[in-house]
Design a binder for this molecule. Sequence first.
Ligand SMILES: *Cc1c(COP(=O)(O)O)cnc(C)c1O
Length: 407
Amino acid sequence: MATSTLPRPRETLAPGAPAPAGMVPLCVPELAGNEWAYVKECLDTGWVSSVGAFVDRFEAGFAARVGTRHAIATTCGTAALHVALQLAGVGPDDEVLVPALTFIAPANAVRYVGAWPVFIDVDARHWQMDPDRVRDFLERGCAFRGGVLRNRVTGRRVAAMLPVHLLGHPVDAAPLLELAARYGLRLVEDATESLGASYRGTPVGHLGEMACFSFNGNKLLTTGGGGMLVTDDDRLAARARYLTTQAKDDAVEYVHREVGYNYRLTNVLAAMGLAQLERLDAHVAAKRRIAARYAETLGDVSGLTPMAEAPWAESVFWMYTLTVDPERFGTTARGLMAQLGCAGVQTRPLWQPLHRSPAHAGAYAVACPVADRVHAQALSLPCSVGLTTADQDRVIAAVRAAGNGAA
Ligand SMILES: *Cc1c(COP(=O)(O)O)cnc(C)c1O
């Protein structure tokens, strides 16, 4: 393939952007169910706005799937996180524990309520927020003063944890929940990347008191853009509904006692969401099949480590990612990305670790060497739900051809 057809890195990074023609795309939506029929019904009946039967049906179906009493559909996952943090009582100058390795949205949501993220390193095997590092920070980096847990360095109140179930794999939730209880921290799950995954048999999103999901274009269930806040708590659910609909107290006179947000999902997008939800099990099965095949066919390549699944985890392998040891493989993850680009395979590194993000330069961070190393070595491979066996074969062959020991 001529060099001129190589996509520029920025183009390959755009979430949801179509891959150039002829390329195996990284991850594209699968819209093969009732999406058209349900969206058409909205247009035919005029129920297009944020009230409608599909919003109710999507919320009810979603709550049933995760196992919570309530689900409140929002415009996006970041909006759900924003409201959840506010409902958890996180406010100006508080601190919230966030993993150093994640998409930036949870850290941004912490800033929306005026609080500060504290970046915690991830574990080397599964890349999730490491309970041991959380314990270190709480035991040694914090102290109770006047009954309030404070960061010894910044003096700020440490209010909550926002663990992210990263890349389709659950965090080790039990020790985090135990630490949260012991230190009086609220815990909100960022389950945006891991709908359908479970931790010791419990679906993610039902481990703490509130959790958030995303239906962004490349997520396992997509509405193009959308999100969900789930909880068992009646009062929190009512508050979430209220705040996401501009805190409207009187629908006729338009009286508002608080400053709310316009964060509700539209009926058109909920229609799409319901159709996607009906196909969720099939989507998860496809992701797991793709992951198993990569592990099987690339696990023997010197220097490559396939994505792992902890014994206590049922992962949905949302974004299939492996790590590349440059010494043994013969090239770096970035080198592999370039070679795969030439072979017509779209890939992507993980996000810049947040303790290095200029956007969050003001946050408190301890050293996060594991996040740095995973970031240097990780590469996400094509893993669309609809990835054909032939396309996956093409990816596998291209990866093997790039390595040292492959010949
Ligand atoms: C996708 C994502 C979100 C939310 O994204 P939206 O685009 O706002 O729906 C939040 N956190 C993480 C870790 C994500 O990957």
